[in-house]
Design a protein around this ligand. Structure first.
Ligand SMILES: *Cc1c(COP(=O)(O)O)cnc(C)c1O
Length: 408
């Protein structure tokens, strides 16, 4: 037997079935037209953002990194709840444009921006988080051609990272951002060149559950940003401090203590130099806002035994839920929270492996988990599927196509 991660709170049971937003999964599946299906709860997203706002200092603004989940109804709903959106491609730019969103609230990070993407973003009035000196030169040239004053910020590659984070995005050689020592010179050049200087972006990592690690990282980010702007002699209109707030996926994971993070940040922001009194401070989050609000539902199509082990074979798999299969940035595969949704809360009677329908041994949704007796037709729920599920899985692999998605 292997443990599963903790099922997020906010779900209920109706007639022995898992219910999302007060609706049993069978009715959701029926409405959607079948499985596999991602269901996202609007109320859970709203509650999460409200809780975050009440924990953070009032002057901290919240950006949503849309790569976590860009399902249009989710994007539309969340756009009314956050202060800005972070995009990372020309495709994501089109997504926020189609919402009719205020482009002054959008920033565009990501290495390898093509000229066509830079041009579209500059023309739209999006802030570019510049990832290299070359990109800065190209952006300035494109803006001259387009005849616009570009909104430019610099993404800094800091000399530190987010301790204990699942994915490190700073510290040492990285394809992201510009090494901190070279940033003051570039910031000065951009300000002198008459660009619309928007400040700095410092993102150090993802999926941290330790409040101490986040607190330390935020203090380092603030100190670095002030040091750079002092040295460059430029002001700091905006500081995107990154995010990295994690969610519990695995057995033993404890939720991040956002209250502790908020208190420490409030403290750190007290007594800012005059120069930084007007700075707008942002955190940018993806999974923390939407991850626990999503459930992936898939149906059991076969039940078999091999060498004494029971396999529940579903119509879903890693082509929709790559992360749950353990193939998206994990070193050791561990079980996400999973349940037999159509027998939710029933006592476990056996140990089973829950797998997907792809013809590869990588396609595992849960290893050796304790489950109630489950038969063909039963529905399996994989929790924590609201972020990096549909948006980060190879849905074309083996030709099964994408899952259905719905916001309730
Ligand atoms: C992916 C990404 C995020 C969001 O990360 P989460 O772990 O989902 O919060 C934020 N900022 C940048 C620059 C990113 O690349």
């Amino acid at each position: 037997m292997k443990p599963t991660g903790p099922i997020p709170s906010g779900f209920s049971t109706i007639d022995g079935e898992l219910a999302i937003a007060g609706r049993p999964v069978s009715s959701l599946v029926q409405e959607a037209g079948g499985t596999p299906l991602f269901v996202y709860s609007e109320e859970m997203i709203e509650q999460r953002i409200a809780a975050l706002r009440s924990a953070m200092p009032a002057r901290i603004e919240i950006n949503y990194a849309i790569k976590a989940n860009s399902f249009p109804p989710v994007l539309s709903s969340i756009s009314n709840l956050v202060d800005g959106m972070d995009i990372a491609s020309g495709g994501e730019l089109e997504m926020v444009q189609s919402l009719g969103y205020d482009m002054d609230r959008v920033s565009f990070a990501g290495p390898g921006k093509r000229d066509s993407e830079l041009e579209a973003a500059i023309a739209a009035g999006v802030t570019l988080n510049l990832e290299s000196e070359n990109e800065a030169t190209r952006a300035v040239k494109i803006a001259e051609r387009v005849g616009t004053r570009p909104k430019l910020a610099i993404r800094v590659n800091p000399d530190f990272d987010l301790k204990g984070s699942g994915m490190k995005m700073g510290g040492g050689p990285k394809p992201f951002g510009i090494d901190a020592v070279r940033v003051p010179a570039l910031a000065r050049d951009l300000a002198n060149a008459g660009c619309d200087w928007r400040g700095l972006h410092i993102f150090t990592g993802s999926q941290a559950l330790s409040a101490d690690a986040v607190i330390e990282m935020q203090a380092e980010v603030l100190d670095l940003a002030f040091r750079i702007c002092d040295e460059a002699g430029v002001d700091l209109p905006k500081l995107n401090m990154g995010g990295g707030f994690g969610i519990p996926y695995f057995a033993g994971d404890e939720p991040l203590d956002i209250a502790a993070v908020g208190v420490a940040l409030e403290d750190k922001l007290r007594g800012l130099k005059d120069k930084y009194q007007k700075t707008r401070f942002f955190i940018e989050l993806g999974r923390f806002l939407v991850g626990e609000a999503g459930v992936y539902l898939t149906q059991i199509v076969d039940r078999k035994v091999s060498h004494g082990e029971t396999y529940l074979v579903t119509d879903g798999g890693l082509h929709h839920q790559l992360a749950a299969s353990g193939n998206f940035g994990t070193v050791v595969r561990r079980n996400y929270p999973v349940a037999i949704a159509s027998r939710f809360g029933a006592p476990p009677v056996e140990t089973a492996n829950i797998v997907g329908c792809l013809c590869t041994p990588l396609d595992r949704l849960a290893d050796k988990v304790e489950v109630p007796q489950a038969e063909i037709g039963d529905i399996v729920a994989v929790f924590c599927a609201g972020a990096y599920g549909a948006s980060a899985s190879p849905s074309e692999f083996l030709g099964h196509g994408p899952a259905r998605e719905m916001l309730v």
